[in-house]
Each structure stands twice: as C-alpha cells, then as structure tokens.
Design a protein around this ligand. Structure first.
Ligand code: NDP
Length: 280
C-alpha cells in the first residue's frame, strides 16, 4: 500500500439515533484540506454501551471523539479529567487524548463565543439568553467566564432555569432567572440577545416568544440553531437593524476547536463551513 494511504489516527463521534451527522463531512473536510491522514468516524452508541465504547476508543488508540446527547453527561465518570468549562457546565461534547488520559472538554460554548467575539466583545455586556438546556449552559458559562456583566436566563421550565443560574452564581458569575410567559420584552440596556433553545430547529417559520418591538439596532442577536441558519428570529432581528450571528458559525467554530485539540493543526474554518453547507 502507498505510504500516503496508511491510516495514521482516528477520532470519532458517539451519537445515539443520529439521522446523519453533518459534523462528519465538516471534520473530514478539515483533515483533507490540511493533508492529514486522519479519519473521523460516526459511531452509533446506545446508552448502556457507552462505558464499553469509551474503553474501546482507548484500546484502539483514538485521539478523541465528540459526543451528542444523551452521552454528554453520562460520559463524565468514564474520563480521566475535565477542562474548566466542561466541569462547570457539567457536560462534555469533545474528548481529547492527552498522553494516556482522556480529558473531557466542552467546545459548544467556546464555538459560540468565537462567533460572538467576531462581532462584539461580551466583556462588561448585559446578556439576555432564552433557554437553559445543554447548549444554553455551555453558552452562559463561556460568556460569563469572559466577563459578561450580567446574564439573564429566560426559560420555560423554572427548575431548569434556576439550576443554570445557581451554576453561574457558584462560579461567581452575575446571573438572574426570569420565567418565560408570553412575549418577553427585552429590557433597555441589553447588549446581547441569544436564543439557546431548540425553537426554530428544522422550522424556518417557528417563532420565539419575544416582543420584537423591544429589539433595538444597538443589540446583537444570536441563535444557536444551525438548520436553517437564517432562523425567523435572525430574520426579524435583522429587519429591526440588529447585527445577527447564526448557529452555523458556532457549529463550525466548535469543530475548529475540536480539530485543533486533536491534531494541533489550526484548521481553515472556510473549508469546514463549505463542507457543512454542502451536506445541509
Ligand atoms: P435541550 O433539550 O437540552 O434544551 C432545549 C431548550 O429549549 C430548553 O431550554 C427548553 O426549555 C427550550 N425549549 C424547547 N422547546 C421549547 C418551546 N416550545 N418553548 C419554550 N422553550 C422551549 O437542547 P440543547 O440545549 O442540547 O439544544 C438546543 C439547541 O441548540 C438545538 O437546536 C441544537 O441543535 C442547538 N445546538 C447548536 C449547536 C451549534 O454548534 N450551533 C451546538 C449544540 C446545540 P425547557 O427547559 O422549558 O424544556
């Protein structure tokens, strides 16, 4: 076999019930673009088999793997350590082999932060965030860790919203909770508005309970939903003169960080975004 065709390294993705994983095309495009003889394989892992799957990845010398729900939390006892934000968030979406250790990181919030920082610096800013699920936890922790002034969590389930605010406060971050009833009016003085719920996923017409007249052109409006990338919220916000950030950029950026963690190479985000857009 031609030496060029030897497989050098493996990374994976452990998902459950995935109906096609767009990350595969994106990460493999990065490997090709940078001439890395690596492969990224999607593996269907039922929850009871997670411990065996992690042991298998160790035995096979995987350089790391991504995880999707419900594995993001369940994987933690099977790892050797956690990065700072993954420990705070309480979820891991990216495992990296460092020496003989498998370390859990969370790149979801870091990917979001990178997208946000391309448009504005969240330090000292007032943030309103809808949602308190996995993506919201990751986003709120990262935005808090870089010095946001205050994060208001607006969520339908009060218990989940308060739990997130408790997490943020334990990390000495300034946050408050508001239950979500009807159309929420964004308070004056808000700098950044984030939809971190799944409202809008695969539904370009889905509407967030938000009083659009409260959006002003000085606000940055971001959505974690990546398909469609132009959600109704982003279209409405742009029509009100706000700067907008889509969830596709966040997905690309978390992929960029993962590839950097695994390979040490800083991959080209444009090549990765092109591959993602092609499969979506
Ligand atoms: P979770 O199931 O953990 O959380 C969902 C959140 O959405 C909860 O806050 C839930 O509220 C809220 N929600 C859902 N439906 C409604 C509704 N009809 N009305 C009000 N609130 C609602 O999901 P994740 O946090 O894992 O994912 C959220 C979104 O983020 C998904 O669309 C996912 O694709 C996206 N995502 C994007 C990434 C990217 O890179 N762009 C990375 C990771 C996720 P409640 O607590 O009340 O149930």
């Amino acid at each position: 076999m031609d030496a060029q065709n030897f497989l050098h390294e493996l990374v994976g993705s452990m998902s459950q019930g995935a109906t096609g994983n767009p990350t595969v095309a994106m990460v493999e495009a990065a490997f090709r673009h940078h001439d890395l003889h690596w492969r990224y394989v999607n593996m269907e892992v039922p929850p009871p088999a997670l411990a065996d799957a992690v042991r298998g990845a160790r035995a096979l010398g995987f350089r790391g793997f991504n995880l999707s729900m419900p594995h993001k939390v369940a994987v933690i006892p099977h790892l050797d350590g956690l990065g700072e934000s993954a420990a705070l968030i309480g979820a891991v979406n990216c495992v990296v082999r460092r020496g003989e250790k498998l370390i859990g990181e969370n790149t979801d919030g870091k990917g979001f932060l990178k997208s946000l920082q391309e448009v504005c610096n969240p330090r000292g800013k007032n943030v309103v965030m809808f949602g308190a699920g996995g993506a919201a936890r990751a986003v709120a922790v990262e935005v808090g860790l870089v010095g946001a002034k205050h994060v208001t969590v607006v969520n339908r389930s009060e218990a989940r919203g308060r739990e997130l605010v408790d997490t943020l406060r334990k990390a000495k971050l300034d946050a408050g909770f508001l239950p979500w009833h009807g159309d929420y009016a964004i308070p004056a003085g808000t700098d950044i508005v984030i939809n971190a719920t799944s409202i809008g996923l695969y539904d370009a017409a889905a509407r967030l309970g938000l009083d659009l007249t409260s959006l002003t052109p000085d606000m940055v409006v971001a959505d974690v939903v990546f398909n469609p990338s132009q959600t109704r919220l982003l279209r409405d916000a742009a029509a009100r003169g706000c700067r907008t950030i889509d969830g596709l950029g966040m997905l690309v950026n978390q992929g960029v960080i993962g590839v950097r963690y695994w390979t040490g190479v800083d991959p080209d985000p444009a090549a990765m975004r092109r591959a993602l857009e092609e499969v979506m």
